[in-house]
Design a protein around this ligand. Structure first.
Ligand code: GRF
Length: 230
């Protein structure tokens, strides 16, 4: 799917909380550095703080509140219905704290990206900052990957590595990593929108070549504005 012609790629963002990545997408679209149409935002919590950014930017919102649905299958059905309404070309998970149902993942196979705050395959799941600090790791980071039915297990497209300093704690790591996410997540979405990034035969393909390992960037390159890896 190459979206180079007139119609911009239709992106839907799924959130559960603060929505700082959503805010970055909205800002990057407004300043022209992210070339997609954000057609909708879906939250599984009606009180997700990030919904404020969608309201301010007048982006349509759907809330599929997991706390009021009958059961898991009802939630999955309503989430799929909300997604279908937006006719997305790309679904972007940005702090969406609900595991997607296999049926939905398969229906949108190769069209779902997630950001996970670790250097995958290290530290799938929760509490990644704490786990990296407790393990005495020298580096932590974040990964942008295609979503498959395996939790945090789909092919990784891009990683940002940051050196853990002796003064770092969970909060400092989170803020350093999230500052990078706000830049590189849009970069990966642009690659997808330009048709440079695809998912074929269970592999991420960038510029026609399988990504045998993710594109690796360093915190300082990103904050210094070196946004395209060599
Ligand atoms: C991000 O740091 C991401 O790595 C993780 O959840 C966080 C979401 O933050 N999956 P926000 O809601 O975008 O501020």
């Amino acid at each position: 799917m190459t979206q180079k012609c007139s119609e911009p790629l239709r992106m839907v963002v799924l959130i559960s909380g603060r929505g700082s990545n959503l805010k970055a997408f909205i800002e990057n679209i407004a300043n022209g550095s992210l070339q997609v149409k954000l057609v909708g935002v879906i939250s599984n919590r009606h009180d997700a703080a990030g919904l404020e950014f969608s309201h301010t930017a007048r982006i349509p919102v759907e809330v599929v509140d997991h706390s009021v649905v009958r059961d898991r299958s009802e939630f999955d059905r309503l989430l799929l219905k909300a997604l279908e309404k937006f006719r997305p070309d790309l679904i972007v998970l940005a702090g969406f704290m609900h595991v997607l149902d296999d049926g939905l993942v398969n229906k949108y196979s190769g069209k779902i990206l997630n950001v996970h705050p670790s250097l995958l395959p290290l530290y799938r799941g929760l509490d990644t900052y704490r786990r990296a600090l407790e393990a005495g790791d020298s580096y932590h980071g974040t990964s942008i990957h295609f979503v498959t039915c395996e939790l945090d297990g789909g092919p990784v497209v891009l990683q940002v590595r940051i050196a853990i300093g002796s003064n770092d704690n969970e909060s400092s790591l989170a803020s350093r990593i999230q500052a990078c996410e706000h830049i590189v997540y849009s970069m990966a979405v642009n690659w997808f929108a330009e048709g440079r990034l695809k998912y074929t035969d269970e592999q991420a393909i960038l510029d026609g070549k399988p990504l045998l390992e993710p594109v690796i960037m360093n915190e300082h390159d990103i904050l210094d504005g070196v946004c395209e890896p060599a």
